[in-house]
Design a protein around this ligand. Structure first.
Ligand SMILES: *Cc1c(COP(=O)(O)O)cnc(C)c1O
Length: 467
């Protein structure tokens, strides 16, 4: 399998090349040159696979044997997923009335990002060992990405990771999940500013291409193809858990922010999995408006909501959805994305939109009040506690009845979001997070008024010197 940019400027790239890259040089995102379609026999055979085996089977379709031989690929995946808190990795809770909650949060940091970042950490490590190379990963986080990335790479020899977190704007648990990791290759900064503020010094570092290549600087945010690829697995897994007959249709409802998760679902559908998807968002509703009427436009500043990991105004992965909807016509993607980048808005042509809506059939935007109401209702009716992100998806359960099975993706454990749980009048969940309070912490400050860019550059240079 080779890869290309959604804007056509780069073609025929190896998996290794795209794994170690963020955006393509032309500003596009990487996609496989073709999406493999599964035969009915394969689709049936995969139904008996464990979660890890599914990840392997999918990865094998997208990474050539010459790039990573089967025994090594198997090892990478199995050892990365061994650290999950339950052996089956993903668990589906089937409740009354067809409310099936697909729990993707049993990784170390209790959010679904662990699923992809653990394996991506293993894949990076494989190539770095093989090529005797070292990289420094640099990311800003609003909460879940930072901790999952740290868990994915902590202690790996060829990698250092620098994480910037906005002081006081993550939940206490999210913060502790980052600051209590004491591995030598992990460097955490608390920044006195917002997520947007801390993006500035990071952008400045990445815009100096000489500096980036001198220090092997990379980002592994949600545009990374490796993350999308691994996320295909939970769509297959969910399908097989909930559909009694392979080939019958089902629907999966996905809490959506930067749209990396739902993009993976679209690719799974393209491979032949008979699913349709619903995109649930909070009041940051750009994806909702795009799906509803083709209005792909930035309306206002990011609103802070209870589902904070979905507080996003630029859902990067929509470009991949457009690429799928345009049947890979890179010229049209160029036109659309340039218009979007220049004007902050573009109207999606009907044919592209209707192709996307064959897969993402509907979207909903859910307010904080409704998030709290749903958390309460599910707690009282089912004795089950949802995280606020998951609540946006479950809202749909009460809006629309369905004749076909449905799975509601649970992207995080409620234990990570005590404020939302408290607002719903539910006793706090401390399962799996209690011990964090007592652990020693380590982090550095980026104080208001400091020269953050200079600090960051200095840190990166120091890391390179020491490796
Ligand atoms: C990252 C995240 C999301 C959004 O996922 P995308 O792939 O960005 O759409 C939703 N819920 C939680 C808890 C997350 O951490």
């Amino acid at each position: 399998m080779k890869y290309l940019s959604t804007r056509g400027g780069e073609q025929h790239l190896s998996f290794e090349k795209v794994l170690f890259s963020g955006y393509a040089k032309d500003g596009g995102l990487y996609m496989p040159e073709s999406i493999p379609s599964l035969s009915n026999e394969e689709l049936a055979k995969w139904s008996s696979y464990s979660y890890s085996k599914l990840v392997f089977a999918i990865a094998r379709k997208f990474i050539d044997e010459e790039e990573i031989p089967t025994p090594e690929l198997n090892d990478i995946i199995n050892s990365s997923l061994k650290r999950f808190r339950i052996p089956e990795v993903v668990r589906v809770e089937k409740m009354n009335g067809g409310l099936n909650i697909v729990e993707l949060f049993h990784g170390t940091t209790m959010a679904f990002k662990d699923l992809a970042l653990s394996v991506v950490g293993g894949l990076l490590d494989y190539y770095l060992n093989k090529n005797k190379r070292h990289i420094t990963i640099l990311i800003g986080t609003s909460g879940d990405t930072g901790s999952a990335a740290i868990e994915g790479v902590k202690g790996r020899k060829g990698i250092d990771i620098i994480v910037l977190l906005p002081n006081g704007r993550c939940t206490k648990i999210q913060e502790l999940q980052m600051t209590t990791v004491l591995a030598d290759n992990v460097h955490v900064y608390k920044v006195e500013g917002t997520s947007d503020d801390l993006d500035e010094p990071i952008k400045q570092c990445f815009s100096d291409s000489g500096f980036v290549s001198a220090h092997n600087l990379i980002s592994i945010n949600s545009i990374n193809w490796g993350r999308i690829m691994v996320q295909l697995a939970h769509y297959f897994f969910t399908y097989y858990q909930l559909c009694s007959k392979v080939g019958s249709p089902m629907q999966i409802i996905v809490p959506t922010g930067a749209a990396g998760n739902i993009t993976a679902g679209c690719i799974a559908q393209k491979m032949g999995l008979p699913i349709t998807l619903i995109a649930a968002v909070n009041t940051n509703d750009i994806v909702f408006r795009t799906i509803l009427s083709g209005d792909f436009s930035v309306k206002e500043d990011v609103a802070q909501t209870l589902a904070s990991a979905m507080d996003i105004q630029n859902p990067y992965n929509v470009e991949r959805l457009l690429y799928i909807g345009a049947n890979g016509n890179v010229k049209r993607i160029n036109e659309l994305m340039h218009a979007f980048e220049q004007e902050g808005q573009v109207s999606i042509p009907d044919d592209i939109l209707s192709n996307i809506k064959q897969i993402v059939v509907e979207s909903l935007s859910v307010s904080d009040e409704d998030i709290v109401a749903i958390m309460k209702r599910v707690y009282h009716e089912q004795k089950y506690i949802l995280c606020p992100h998951t609540a946006t998806a479950v809202f749909y359960h009460y809006q629309r009845k369905s004749d076909i099975p449905r799975g509601f993706i649970a992207t995080a454990s409620p234990a990570k979001f005590p404020d939302a749980v408290q607002r719903a009048g539910i006793e706090p969940v401390t399962d799996g997070v209690d011990h964090l309070q007592d652990l020693p912490t380590r982090f550095m400050w980026m104080r208001e008024g400091g020269n953050w860019y200079a600090m960051l550059r200095g840190k990166i240079e120091e890391i390179t010197q020491n490796r």
